[in-house]
Design a protein around this ligand. Structure first.
Ligand code: HSE
Length: 434
């Protein structure tokens, strides 16, 4: 039977859900035109406390319900849009919606990163679509390109700035020479940092997003715990100063690379050449560089967060799901996760390194340090002696290496730490020049 209309049920009424509800109501004509029949917001499942808040007061009261059983049993709802965020209770809601035969749209990066594979299987079993374009990069199209437009490619790599908060902090530090705590405070005042800033600062948010993108890119179930992760709190003003003198910017990068038939996945701060495109991505913007064997390098850039941008992705998913329902199909693109590609242990990856160490300012020190590198077959590309402290008779030395294996570098760091002339290993940052 031809569908007369498509019903939407919205879970949550936070900033993103409020914006999604607004677009569903205000752009109803556009949605109907795109889908071929009316797309009607039927119910919004809220918490009792939400009823007192501004978005709820702007909406027709008959749309709101606090009764989840009533919401999930509503036969007029064809598509459930989840915009609660976080792992729980969102996961249980998603499972319940799919099991009830509802198509699903979510922008929940944590749930998709951790449970995407199981949810996709459940959705396939129930013949419904599972869409999550808003989960990575706000409104930047990323999931659909991997599912449709880039599907003919063997993906070689993803290099991405996918956390706006840390990019804002690093931009302020690099431009203004301010320290990390002041830049973080400013990001919090502007409302950029997540409720728990650790999620941004420690690269957790970026690792969720990289898990989602690399699973799609390499048809492998990459989980957040598979991703090597380091945050930005150790980066100091001095690192910026030296990086800039050497011609580099510092960014929190999410990297996924295919090497032979295996992949490496990592999130950490990195020095990147200041004339590279990613080095010029400033503030809260996101940029995702993807390299495929056929397409070459393609770049996605834009606002990586915010209600307006995210609603663009969520509504597009609603339209795609509604079109599928009208056509009587679940989802044209089945995501496969069975490529069998192994994840390369971090110890085996190869990259270049920047090292800032504090050493005794006396003859023979550099020779002893160089010997440790040589013993581990690591080639040094430059050594610069910076600040000398007359009082403590110490000097700061910045060392750059040629490509080396992480395991050898970690052993080198350990040995350097044991030298009596090395007072402190102040920082150690990977350098990406691809
Ligand atoms: N905290 C995230 C960011 C928001 O800073 O990019 C969007 O996921």
């Amino acid at each position: 039977m031809t569908k007369q209309s498509i019903g939407i049920g919205l879970l949550g009424l936070g900033i993103i859900a409020g914006q999604v509800a607004k677009v569903l109501l205000e752009k109803a004509d556009l949605l109907a035109e795109q889908v071929g029949c009316p797309v009607i917001l039927r119910k919004i499942k809220v918490l009792p406390v939400d009823l007192e808040k501004e978005p709820a007061r702007r909406l027709p009261p008959e749309l709101l319900t606090t009764d989840e059983d009533q919401f999930f049993a509503d036969p007029a709802i064809d598509i459930v849009v989840e915009a609660i965020g976080g792992e729980n209770p969102a996961l249980a809601y998603l499972q319940r919606a799919i099991s009830g035969g509802k198509h699903l749209v979510t922008s929940n990066k944590e749930v998709i990163a951790k449970h995407g594979a199981a949810l996709k299987t459940l959705a396939q079993q129930h013949g419904v679509g599972l869409r999550y374009e808003g989960s990575v990069g706000g409104g930047i199209p990323l999931i659909a390109p991997f599912k449709y437009d880039l599907v003919a490619n063997d993906i070689k790599g993803i290099f991405a700035i996918i956390n706006g908060t840390t990019n804002y902090i690093l931009t302020r530090m690099g431009r203004e020479g301010i320290d990390f705590p002041s830049a973080l405070k400013s990001a919090q005042e502007l409302g950029y940092a997540e409720a728990n800033p650790e999620n941004d600062i420690e690269g957790i948010d970026a690792s969720y997003k990289l898990a989602i993108l690399s699973s799609l890119a390499f048809q492998t179930d990459v989980r957040p715990e598979d991703i090597y992760r380091e945050g930005i709190s150790r980066i100091s003003r001095r690192d910026f100063q030296y990086a800039q003198e050497l011609g580099y910017a510092i960014k929190l990068l999410a990297i996924a690379k295919q090497i032979d038939d295996a992949i490496e996945v990592r999130v950490h701060p990195a020095l990147i050449p200041e004339d590279s495109f990613l080095a010029k991505v400033d503030g809260v913007y996101n940029a995702i560089l993807v390299e495929g064997d056929l397409v070459g390098k393609v770049l996605f850039f834009g606002e990586g967060a915010g209600a307006l941008a995210t609603s663009s992705a969520v509504i597009a998913d609603v339209i795609s799901s509604a079109r599928d329902i009208v056509l009587g199909i679940s989802d044209r693109a089945t995501v496969k996760l069975d490529s069998g590609k192994k994840i390369i242990p971090m110890a085996e990856i190869e990259t270049q390194y920047y090292l800032r160490i504090n050493v005794a300012d006396q003859p023979g020190v550099l020779a002893r340090i160089s010997k440790v590198f040589g013993d581990h077959l690591i080639s040094i590309s430059s050594v610069i002696q910076k600040k000398v402290d007359e009082e403590t008779q110490t000097a700061e030395v910045v060392i750059m290496t040629h490509p080396a294996r992480e395991k050898a570098m970690q052993q080198t760091l350990q040995k350097l730490g044991q030298l009596d002339v090395v007072k402190e290993i102040s920082n150690f940052i990977r350098v990406e020049t691809d």
